[in-house]
Ligand binder design. Structure first.
Ligand SMILES: [Zn+2]
Length: 190
């Protein structure tokens, strides 16, 4: 097959050379309103074609590689004095797999426990390419069915305006949960 990133012949969906380039993830920190921070590993523009495989059948393989390079490494270095729960945002499997669930899965460690299928958007409208006003007027309307009063790391593949993360945080807070921060694969700052 060909490497999905550089198109050279490869045994893997992302070739060894591209994987080692992707290993040099830099850690971005961005503050959304209400004092919540989003940490991300890649600039969206740099891995756009990889992120967009979430709409394709082979996307799970790509996301497993990216999650291993970024999220797993993060979890191994994460130290916290109590146990926290990683919650993927809206981990529906609309395209055979859920990219946010794959990312959360790789956070599993001594201190972090991923929980799936607890935070769902009831409005599944697509935000891609829409402006801030459209997004504000078409909220995700999250429903949370997980445990109350826990400490949470929110997980998603992409942060754009940050509205989805803020809405997810608000929903969790209504159930007595404390959102420590959000972790996304990439940041498409607008
Ligand atoms: Zn490559």
């Amino acid at each position: 097959m060909r490497c999905i990133s550089c198109e050279s012949l490869s045994w893997n969906i992302i070739c060894k050379k591209c994987q080692s380039n992707l290993l040099q993830a830099s850690f971005h920190k961005r503050e959304l309103e209400n004092n919540i921070f989003v940490y991300s590993f890649y600039e969206y523009e740099d891995i756009k074609n990889l992120i967009n495989t979430k709409y394709k059948f082979h996307g799970d393989r790509v996301f497993n590689i990216l999650a291993k390079l970024a999220f797993k490494k993060f979890a191994q270095n994460f130290n916290f004095n109590s146990n926290v729960v990683a919650i993927p945002i809206d981990d529906h499997t609309r395209h055979d797999f859920s990219q946010s669930a794959i990312l959360a899965k790789h956070l599993k460690s001594n201190h972090i426990k991923p929980i799936y299928n607890t935070l769902k958007a009831t409005n599944i409208i697509k935000y891609a390419g829409k402006d801030l006003n459209f997004r504000k007027n078409n909220k995700r309307n999250f429903v949370y069915t997980g445990a109350k009063n826990i400490q949470v790391i929110l997980v998603d593949d992409l942060v754009t305006t940050g509205l989805t993360i803020l809405e997810a945080k608000e929903c969790l807070e209504n159930h007595g949960c404390e959102v420590l921060f959000a972790l996304t694969l990439s940041d498409a700052r607008v």
